[in-house]
Write a protein that binds this ligand. Structure first.
Ligand code: ZN
Length: 168
């Protein structure tokens, strides 16, 4: 069990394209998943937010995601598909820049195919909040941060300044 340091915006490692997890790496997967869990729970306690974390955010360049929305879910080598072209614009945040919000465009619906820790292939379809969450996490595996997906040059807002939104 270990709470790991979350890499923050500016750390070049966050721009790494992560490598596929191999079938014989289950020991590594279990130990990284434990650390992802502990790190996410610690973040939740401090920030009262945080639904998922990607391995590169704790310095591991593997295609591995850990989600905890009601129940834990481990996604190994996830692949995303989009079912249609419907998109939504939203203010996104990230554990790697907890004080900053970024306006991004995401697909409303997606399907993710991944391996679970027993190496069984799983397919899950997501809509709305969960769809944008999985797209955010999946981007981390390709070294893409929400700041790189900002819809325009005015798409950045510090959390402390969100009170201006009510005046817009
Ligand atoms: Zn993030």
């Amino acid at each position: 069990m270990a709470v790991r340091k979350i890499l923050l915006l500016g750390n070049p490692f966050l721009y790494t394209v992560c490598k596929k997890v191999e079938k014989d790496e289950s020991d590594m997967v279990m130990s990284v998943v434990r650390d992802l869990h502990d790190t996410l729970m610690d973040f939740k306690k401090i920030h009262k937010a945080g639904r998922a974390i990607a391995a590169p955010q704790i310095g591991v360049d593997k295609r591995l995601l850990y989600m905890h929305v009601g129940e834990p879910l481990v996604l190994i080598n996830p692949v995303l598909e989009f079912k249609d072209t419907a998109t939504m614009v939203l203010w996104d945040d990230c554990m790697s820049f907890p004080d900053l919000l970024v306006k991004v465009k995401r697909y409303c619906h997606c399907k993710v195919t991944f391996f679970d820790p027993e190496w069984k292939k799983q397919h899950v379809e997501y809509s709305g909040d969960m769809s944008e969450l999985i797209q955010h996490e999946y981007d981390h595996l390709n070294g893409i941060l929400a700041v790189s997906r900002a819809v325009d040059g005015k798409s950045f807002c510090l959390r402390s300044e969100t009170h201006f939104w009510s005046n817009q």
